[in-house]
Design a binder for this molecule. Sequence first.
Ligand code: NAD
Ligand code: ZN
Length: 295
Amino acid sequence: MAPRTSIADFRNFLSSSNRIVALCGAGLSAASGLPTFRGAGGLWRTHSPTSLATPDAFEDDPALVWLFYAWRKHMAIKASPNRGHYALAELAKRRENFLCLTQNVDGLSPRAGHPDAQLRALHGSILDVKCFNECGYVDKNNLDDPVCPALAPAAEDYPSNETLPLLDPNVPLPSINVEDLPHCPNCKTGLLRPGVVWFGESLDFAMLDEVDSWFRQAPIDVILVIGTAAVVNPAARYVDKARRMGAMVVVVNPDPSSGAGLSRGDFFFQGDASAILPQLFEDIIGKMDEAGRIV
Ligand code: NAD
Ligand code: ZN
């Protein structure tokens, strides 16, 4: 049975909802100009991004992995939150029983003013750095860009119609000595690494416990699945968990296949999250202008 697609029906439903959860992915930040992992293009130089996002890749070639993350950090710092981030932040300010889980590491939700208490960055933050040796050192919200002088080629600004040399696989990578990468000021031996969760690593246990107890507390009215292929666990599991707690599933995604698996009563809004979310929440947050301000 096809899911519902009426914005008016969804607004009525949301107005009478109490416990709301959102699961966001890279598509939420697409309108801010940040590339998704599995979308068009896909490769970073000749590497699949997922092959760079592992502890083994960092061990093998920390300079390569750091160049990739230093470039993503530069992009995230240069980007601005879009109307999708602002709409979620406004909903959070008006509904204390709304919890937003994001797989994004770009820091755009906090920059849109999303209250910390109602946001869980499941995969960490690209603005944090921590010790690869796990001595416990963490530096939160580090805005150094470039990360260090040796990583300056990842933080160059280039005209949008030209290719940044770093991204051109025909241009050799700058050669970087491991000694010139950032080292841990605490244990003095470990390299510093981005504070994100890599493939093969576990998510923060305390955070997972907290999210699980939120899920179990009481029935959930709705889970918004925004800009995520929802294929990577445990994120994907939250959709089923919410359903078991009674939730309707609402998918916001331009990819028609992301509506598969929805049933009658669920909603599917096909399109760009930055355009759709302000409309979906309008009865609660009011009208939003192009810059993401409530008018
Ligand atoms: P994904 O790349 O697997 O999927 C992105 C999804 O967004 C796709 O389903 C796509 O159809 C959809 N999409 C594309 N444009 C959209 C738009 N304008 N509005 C709404 N949806 C849109 O990303 P994922 O599911 O988040 O999982 C991949 C992993 O990649 C995550 O672990 C995440 O941490 C990481 N990642 C993060 C960022 C970021 O922080 N901005 C960027 C890339 C990847
Ligand atoms: Zn250390």
